[in-house]
Design a protein around this ligand. Structure first.
Ligand SMILES: [Zn+2]
Length: 87
């Protein structure tokens, strides 16, 4: 069994964390995302260790982030040539 070397990329680049360090398991464990709290302007998710089911982290998702996540690509309005619209 070979462990991958620690990733050098920014660990906060990706929104979803697949594994986090668990202090109880003393290891990086796969985690489960659970919706913890819903507020008018944001939602708070809890990350639970799949090994011992203890909370190993939390994440806040603001409405602005959700809107941005829903629209992955910025829409570029395409302008039709006005000459084509004229009779
Ligand atoms: Zn654990």
């Amino acid at each position: 069994m070979s462990n991958r070397p620690p990733a050098t990329q920014s660990q906060f680049k990706t929104l979803r964390a697949s594994s986090l360090y668990c202090q109880k398991c003393k290891n990086a464990m796969p985690v489960r995302e659970r919706l913890l709290l819903v507020l008018p302007d944001k939602e708070i998710y809890d990350y639970l260790c799949t090994g011992c089911a203890s909370s190993v982290g939390q994440r806040e998702v603001t409405n602005a982030e959700k809107i941005m996540a829903a629209a992955p690509a910025p829409q570029t309005p395409r302008r039709a040539p006005t000459s084509l619209l004229l009779p």
